[in-house]
Design a protein around this ligand. Sequence first.
Ligand SMILES: Cc1ncc(COP(=O)(O)O)c(C=O)c1O
Length: 362
Amino acid sequence: MIPLIKTLLPPKEILMPRLEEILYSGYIAQGEAVDQFEMEFSKYIGCKNSLSVNSGSSALHVALILAGVKPGDEVISTPITAEPTNTVIAQTGAKIIWADIDPNTGNICPDDVERKITSKTKAIMVVDYAGIPVNIKRFQEIEKKYGVSVIEDAAHALGASYEGEKLGNHFKYTTFSFQAIKHLTTVDGGMVCIKDDAEYEQAKLIRWFGISKGVSRLENDIKAQGYKYHMNNINATIGLVQLETIQSIVDQYIDNGKYFDKALQNVAGVQLMGYYDNSEPSYWLYTMKVERRDAFVQMMADNGVMASELHKRNDLHSIFSASKCELLNVDAFEKEWVHIPCGWWVSNEDREEIVSLIKKGW
Ligand SMILES: Cc1ncc(COP(=O)(O)O)c(C=O)c1O
């Protein structure tokens, strides 16, 4: 079966000597390897400040705190995402206000977001779902017009770009996840790219109990709530090795995605996703809409290819019942959306086989 998702670790002979060295170095907590990973990540993204943490969820929480989100505030978000995007908002005590999606991309719709902004709106959470960049131009305008922070959850979109610049450069906060099946894994881990230098310094305190690393423990005075969110030298070392080859890995996702974009045009029963002007997805999943989705998934499985919608629309979870509202585009999308494998493990023969299966019909 060609899987929909797959973990990629560097070859043993490259990773293990580096891991062994750091494991027995006497310093496995947050140290030099973490600093180096952040520096190399910033270089890859082309941004100034990258703050590593122990998960993409922690990265989102740090961003929400920096945006000033507190109990009783409202955060506008999308139900078309993995659950952590929204469980972390709930963790802050803020109320989630769902916005509908743009049916062409599956991503949060800027017009609906604008309709839902109130005096209580503290942040807007946008998700580059499956690796497709959100409507960055419109969300930048909204951020400016209403003075509300946009947090970009780019957990699926490492290496995706807008106007030639990688995601991580367009909003005050952009978060990434290095969980097991992402473009880049550190086993677990996350990063938040932060535009403002003072907020970056504040974020360093938030990720480590509120304690300043540069000052001796006895001289420290914790002034605000912090958490144990830091990354350690072991995960960072895996990340550093992964970064050495990340562009060629991302390029394989993009190459497969572009192949499907071309080969699946005008196929009966298939509607391809649209992309916003000047943006390039990094195709963590290849998303499309198909008629009779269950029959499609079954046909693909019968032929050794995993296809799935993968995520449940988040607004159906009981924990979010207070946020329930009408979302007509999500209702239509959920009946037809499906993902097919698109990552580094999908060979040229595999992708040709996938296209020929789909063209035969189901
Ligand atoms: C869209 C999205 N946001 C956030 C997360 C949270 O990342 P993590 O699992 O690293 O906490 C994930 C991953 O599971 C995700 O898919």
